[in-house]
Write a protein that binds this ligand. Structure first.
Ligand code: NAP
Length: 446
């Protein structure tokens, strides 16, 4: 095997996300090298306080307070400090020195994206910020690359986990905003000062970034209309619910009807894009209505692709670090290959598993005799096979004289192996209280 070259990586910030990025760089060095086509050597971590406790144990010698010197001698710079300055100056310096930059700084990208991109173009380096929108969810690269041959018409995003948690809490418990916010703070989903989240500013930064990529136009924070959720009441939520809706804080970017659009032109003359953040009613059957708790999701409508949805964890050290690492590998490949990175690698070398090794949840429908002790018999049999029951529901069907015609049992299991489930079903069939097994289906996402 040919010797891989080494690329120097400078990390700015070692907080929630930075510490996880450092851990991955050190622990998964071989895997990263095989995926990037170069060894990624962490040469330093810039912080404010050298003695602050860190989430993960890292060599003390890597730490420095001299971020400026650190970025001048790196091939790749990861900015995870947050805030506008000194992050902005450090990123510009790094790019002027020929380094590719990866950042999660939505506030900076939304505020001053044009300057950053201009400098990246001038220096011929890659600037990427997948982590800036919706944490772990790969959304910017799909918009920028995968959908580059299509026309996006609308983007709807739940891009702030704090507000989604609060609204979900209000919807499911009937709580007022203040109580739901207090619960979010207690559980660590909301900061002590929740303004940036609840007033929609964080979502607005993300809306500007999503709109810029979706519509091939640079939008800044100033272009985004922003209304938060602090005035949403329990009565609003209840009324929406009664009418079959759920309230979500959405970041929306949509192309408004074209006046004289010329199909095929890049500019789509005459069209406009509305970029906004506000509480929004969604039909309860809309895919975004099912996004619960602090999760994020982005729903895209495109002329040819139709409807697409991207869902996952929108924040947190490890999930966000995953997005940062994807950008880092792409940037490293661009350096190694002297152009855009390879689309895929075949270095995993894993083999395909048979279906019997699959692990999932199951739905099982049973036609059973209505006798005392039936449920206990069935539950015992599942337990004996190591298949744990999550839900067991019995429905009795009666005829016109109220005589019991049949009893139906619906079971949803916890995750179990296909082999264990098959053995359980075979055993259940042989029970004298079972008339028939009416269905066995796999369930995902429970
Ligand atoms: P954080 O926990 O507050 O960590 C910030 C780090 O930057 C700390 O290590 C801090 O040093 C260092 N730092 C701050 N100012 C500095 C300065 N002037 N000079 C040197 N070091 C400085 O932040 P985070 O949650 O990891 O977020 C980092 C970035 O990722 C932000 O832009 C954020 O918006 C973005 N992001 C975060 C998440 C998330 O879930 N947390 C999700 C998506 C995007 P000390 O430790 O010495 O104080």
């Amino acid at each position: 095997m040919t010797e891989l070259r080494t690329l120097k990586v400078a990390l700015l910030g070692c907080g929630n996300v930075g510490a996880q990025v450092a851990r991955i760089l050190l622990d998964d060095a071989d895997m990263l090298a095989s995926r990037a086509g170069a060894r990624l050597e962490l040469v330093g971590i810039a912080v404010r306080n050298l003695d602050a406790p860190r989430e993960v144990e890292l060599p003390h010698a890597l730490f420095t307070t001299d971020a400026e010197t650190l970025v001048k001698d790196a091939d790749l710079v990861i900015e995870l400090m947050g805030g506008i300055e000194p992050a902005r100056t450090l990123i510009l310096t790094a790019m002027r020195n020929g380094a590719c930059v990866v950042t999660g700084n939505k506030a900076l990208v939304a505020k001053d994206g044009p300057t950053l991109h201009e400098e990246a173009d001038k220096a011929g380096v890659q600037l990427s910020y997948e982590a800036a929108v919706a944490g772990a969810i790969p959304i910017l690269r799909p918009i920028r690359d995968s959908l580059s041959g299509d026309r996006i018409t609308r983007v709807l995003g739940i891009v702030n986990g704090t507000t989604n948690f609060i609204l979900d809490q209000m919807d499911s418990t009937g709580a007022q905003f203040a109580d739901a916010l207090a619960e979010a703070q207690r559980l660590g989903y909301a900061e002590a000062d929740p303004t940036a989240d609840v007033e929609g500013y964080d979502a607005a930064s993300k809306a500007a970034i999503l709109a810029s990529l979706s519509f091939h136009t640079r939008f800044s924070l100033d272009d985004v209309y922003c209304e938060g959720i602090s005035s949403v009441t329990a009565a609003d939520i209840a009324a929406a619910k009664d009418a079959g809706f759920v309230i979500k804080l959405l970041a929306i970017a949509e192309k408004l009807p074209a006046a004289g659009r010329e199909t095929g032109t890049e500019t789509d003359a005459g069209t406009g894009v509305s970029v906004r953040v506000h509480p929004t009613l969604l039909p309860r059957e809309h895919p975004l209505a099912a996004v619960r708790g602090a999760f994020n999701a982005v729903f895209i409508e495109a002329e040819n692709a139709g409807e697409l949805m991207f869902y996952g964890q929108g924040a947190g050290g490890k999930p966000t670090a995953s997005a940062v690492m994807g950008d880092l590998i792409s940037a490293a490949r661009s350096i190694v290959l002297g152009g855009p990175g390879r689309a895929e690698t075949t270095t995993g070398q894993v083999s395909a598993l048979p279906i019997t090794a699959a692990v999932t949840s199951y739905y099982i429908g049973l036609d059973v005799a209505d006798q005392p002790g039936v449920l206990a018999k069935i539950a015992r049999l599942f337990a004996e096979h190591g298949v744990s029951i999550e839900i067991m529901r019995q429905t009795i069907h009666r005829d016109a004289d109220s005589t019991i015609e049949s009893a139906e049992l619906r079971i949803v299991t916890h995750r179990a192996s296909e082999a264990a489930l098959a053995a359980t079903v075979e055993a259940v069939k042989s029970l004298d209280v079972i008339n028939s097994v009416t269905s066995v289906l796999r369930v995902e996402g429970v």
